[in-house]
Unconditional design. Structure first.
Length: 412
């Protein structure tokens, strides 16, 4: 019996530009590097509530798919925000505030995190307003970071972002502005208003003339990847990493950190996207960043992006081996499989709709002989997945899974 319906459509594009058997290159190191990782680790690990998130073994899934192992990095509990995004947006906020305090002459040297949190710069921080566009999770992280450090915050959401996600952002004290159109329209509106009103954009996507802050966002994500590599059992090295797409920031951060950690023997990295919002897949086919038009109306809201982050592409264009698309229904089925304990004997897992794109990709690929062969999946494969969110929209999660996240966690 298949875990997922093998008739679900899957698209696979091999990356003709991928470089294998070589240490990470200067092009990638200009984006993400070991020095940046150490700075991010030193910063984030000092924040109140920092803890390493769990790495779960999906042993039942591995057995049924005839793979050596599947490992799921569960980000649902990260800083109480429900997703890995807590590592990126809030880190970039902290870095920006430190730079701006120096630029304004408030302090002569870059202040420490402890000094930011102490309240001694409270008045100066209140005069700084940070903004961004979001599908939900990044905006929540930015709003949380702004609340933590004491600056102003305005978050832009697009037409199809749920009310639950809007309320979750507003709960951290941010002003939330809904604009017509899709995610990329919200990005443009946030940038335009910031330029007019003197706000500071903390975006998770980069574009010409805007690179420093998105680099900080991605560098924050590398801490999650390194945690996962160090949590794997002794002697287990991932042969494959299946990663969610979106604008590419998460995927690029994990690929870069894997390249730094494992060197020339880095794992085979596969980027997986919704078929309704597949800008990275199309970019791989074209060999260059490619825009996907339309409303991008996928259930995987955190991945509903039509334009590639240029910094992310600097890493993925040579670091990711393959790009896949999966359907919304495959993602919903994966959410239910995780909640029902069908994939992990240790416990049921609460996985949000954007958390399971990589899981859907590996299941569908492992079930189909042609894809299994194309991706080199076999009984020795050790697959790492990033479970990027929990039930970040509780009402939608309950609707899709059939019971609440709390009920799943109780084993009901």
């Amino acid at each position: 019996m298949s875990l997922l319906n093998s008739q679900y459509p899957v698209q696979l594009a091999h990356n003709a530009q991928v470089i294998k058997g070589r240490a990470i290159g200067d092009r990638q190191l200009a984006v993400l590097n070991a020095e940046g990782f150490e700075v991010a680790k030193g910063e984030i690990s000092r924040w109140p509530g920092y803890a390493v998130t769990p790495l779960c073994e999906l042993d039942r899934a591995a057995d049924q798919l005839a793979l050596g192992g599947i490992w799921y990095k569960d980000e649902a509990g990260r800083f109480g925000l429900g997703s890995f995004k807590a590592l990126g947006g809030a880190y970039a906020v902290a870095r920006l505030l430190k730079r701006e305090l120096v630029a304004r002459g408030v302090c002569a040297a870059v202040p420490s995190t402890e000094e930011l949190l102490s309240g001694q710069y409270a008045e100066a921080l209140k005069a700084i307003v940070v903004t961004c566009a979001t599908d939900g999770n990044h905006g929540r992280s930015v709003a949380w970071g702004c609340q933590l450090f004491g600056c102003g915050c305005v978050i832009y959401i697009h037409a199809t972002v749920s009310e639950g996600r809007r309320a979750a952002i507003a709960a951290y004290g941010a002003e939330v502005v809904r604009v017509p159109g899709n995610y990329d329209d919200a990005v443009r509106q946030a940038a335009a208003d910031a330029a007019e009103l003197g706000r500071f954009v903390v975006s998770d996507t980069s574009y010409p003339g805007y690179m420093e802050v998105p680099r900080d966002v991605m560098q924050g994500y590398t801490l999650m990847a390194q945690e996962a590599f160090e949590q794997l059992p002794e002697g287990v090295k991932p042969t494959h990493i299946f990663l969610q797409g979106g604008v590419g920031g998460l995927a690029a951060a994990v690929v870069a950190q894997a390249w730094l950690h494992y060197g020339a023997e880095r794992p085979h990295c596969v980027v997986v996207e919704p078929d309704l919002a597949a800008c990275l897949y199309e970019s791989a086919k074209q060999g260059a960043p490619t825009v996907v038009e339309g409303d991008l109306d996928t259930l995987m809201a955190g991945l509903a992006c039509g334009e590639v982050s240029l910094l992310a592409w600097e890493v993925l264009s040579e670091g990711a081996s393959d790009f896949m698309t999966v359907t919304d229904q495959a993602a919903v089925d994966c959410m239910r499989l995780m909640a029902n304990g069908a994939l992990c004997s240790e416990r049921p897992v609460v996985a949000g709709e954007s958390a399971v794109a990589g899981l859907a990709g590996v299941i569908l690929a492992a079930q189909q002989p042609s894809l299994r062969e194309a991706l080199g999946l076999d009984e020795n494969s050790q697959v790492l997945l990033i479970g990027s969110e929990g039930a970040t929209d509780p009402e939608l999660y309950t609707e899709l899974v059939g019971r609440s996240a709390e009920a799943v966690e109780r084993g009901e």
